[in-house]
Design a protein around this ligand. Structure first.
Ligand SMILES: Cc1cc2nc3c(=O)[nH]c(=O)nc-3n(C[C@H](O)[C@H](O)[C@H](O)COP(=O)(O)OP(=O)(O)OC[C@H]3O[C@@H](n4cnc5c(N)ncnc54)[C@H](O)[C@@H]3O)c2cc1C
Length: 395
């Protein structure tokens, strides 16, 4: 096997899945992660389709089963917390042959992380500042001034990828913003009905609550903003301020929720954007996950697709005996047409994602009633199946 020593930037969903498979296929991966520990936080994700298939191949289904939030239904409520429509999660799962979970992103991240071979080197609290590559290797300089040589480098460092910025240039060239911001965090000691997932809307804003233990309540926000907002990406205080301004006066439980977000440790805030690139690699450096193909929250598939991309990238490297030129080309050839379709589908959903008027909210609630008809729900949830992608067995 050639090019065995591979540095992965980012210990998120894509980076850890890639490390799992590279090790399994005989490579020697090292992960470098900006944060001092594995990152907590993030939304509750629907986990199904090709990502489920990859998880099954990794042998992590039992651990994911334990982490499943076991939501019975999602209720859409009015300001007095009265249900106006709902989605029956158990029925949806049945339509997907029970090959689906609802998981906190951080639980998925933990399960994948725990499945990585113990010998894999993971460097926390550091980042790459410089990348130089030639015919034989990649030389990287870290934030702490050290330099190290690897055979290959993979940027799995998310929507705002550092490796992408260093190799391909500014984010603005590749980012397509869809007019929304999203935030999530867990709050402590918030009295809310156990195992109930409730969502409240006013025009252009949506907030959801889910209590999964007596003490922990998960929150999830989306709001419209025609233009991108100005704030530093790492300025969490400013992001919390923006969220408070957007949601403080919209009623329901918002004032109580917002009074608790200052003490959260897992606050996440970002624009709803896609990343679209013509080429996912440059010489000895490749990208995976959100870094090159972020489908956005609108797709409902960011994490599962990140796992699938990582599996294909590792598998093609194995198949090509480490010949990165062949492997990187094949990885993109197999996966990009599928991603393009997923990005397009998500894009078409953007305008209606959060209702813009009270009438729009009423229409959405009415549509939910139609969805309870078996043939309608079958039609809709058929679209969640990942057709058109056959995962190879790499042995
Ligand atoms: C804490 C967290 C919460 C999230 N919550 C949401 C959410 O609520 N809604 C939503 O739509 N999406 C959310 N996402 C994004 C979602 O996880 C991804 O869309 C999806 O899982 C694809 O995974 P990924 O591995 O490509 O990227 P990510 O899961 O974003 O992982 C990228 C990893 O790279 C690390 N990283 C970043 N910069 C550097 C650097 N310079 N050097 C080294 N490592 C770096 C990050 O810390 C992170 O661990 C969240 C991501 C994170 C990290």
């Amino acid at each position: 096997m050639n090019n065995k020593n591979i540095l992965i930037s980012g210990a998120g969903i894509a980076g850890t899945t890639l490390a799992f498979w590279l090790k399994k296929f005989g490579f020697n991966p090292t992960i470098i992660e900006l944060y001092p520990t594995l990152r907590e936080g993030g939304y509750a994700i629907d986990f199904m389709g090709a990502g489920y298939d990859v998880a099954e191949k990794m042998g992590i289904i039992p651990a994911l089963e334990k982490a499943d939030l076991d939501i019975s239904k999602l209720s859409f409520v009015d300001k007095n917390n009265r249900e106006k429509g709902n989605m029956n999660y158990r029925k949806i799962k049945q339509l997907l042959n029970n090959r689906a979970f609802t998981l906190l992103r951080s639980d998925l991240a933990k399960v994948i992380y725990n499945s990585i071979d113990q010998e894999t080197e993971i460097i926390f609290g550091n980042s790459i500042t410089k990348i130089e590559q030639d015919e034989n290797n990649v030389m990287v300089t870290f934030q702490n001034g050290l330099t190290r040589q690897f055979d290959l480098l993979v940027g799995a460092d998310g929507l705002h990828s550092n490796v992408r910025n260093l190799i391909f240039g500014s984010e603005a060239q590749f980012e397509k913003y869809y007019g929304y911001y999203t935030a999530s965090c867990t709050i402590d000691n918030f009295p809310f009905k156990d195992r109930a997932f409730s969502m409240y809307n006013v025009p252009n804003k949506q907030v959801a609550l889910y209590s999964f233990t007596e003490k922990k309540t998960f929150t999830f926000f989306i709001f419209s903003a025609n233009e991108k907002l100005s704030y530093a990406y790492h300025d969490i205080e400013k992001q919390k301020q923006i969220l408070k301004t957007e949601f403080m006066n919209i009623g329901w439980k918002c004032p109580e929720i917002l009074s608790k977000i200052d003490s959260t440790k897992d606050f996440y805030f970002d624009a709803v954007s896609q990343i679209k690139m013509e080429k996912w690699s440059s010489n000895r450096v490749a990208l995976v996950g959100d870094a090159c193909d972020c489908p956005s929250l609108l797709s409902g598939k960011g994490s599962t697709l990140a796992m699938v991309g990582a599996y294909i990238l590792a598998g093609e490297l194995k198949q090509a005996n480490g010949n990165y030129k062949i492997a990187f080309e094949q990885y993109q050839h197999i996966f990009k047409p599928f991603i393009d379709k997923k990005q397009k589908a998500a894009q078409s959903f953007a305008k209606s994602f959060v209702p813009k008027t009270n009438f729009g909210i009423w229409q959405r609630n009415f549509a939910l009633k139609l969805m309870s008809l078996p043939f309608v729900s079958k039609l809709i949830f058929n679209q969640f199946k990942d057709k058109g992608l056959i995962l190879k067995e790499y042995r």
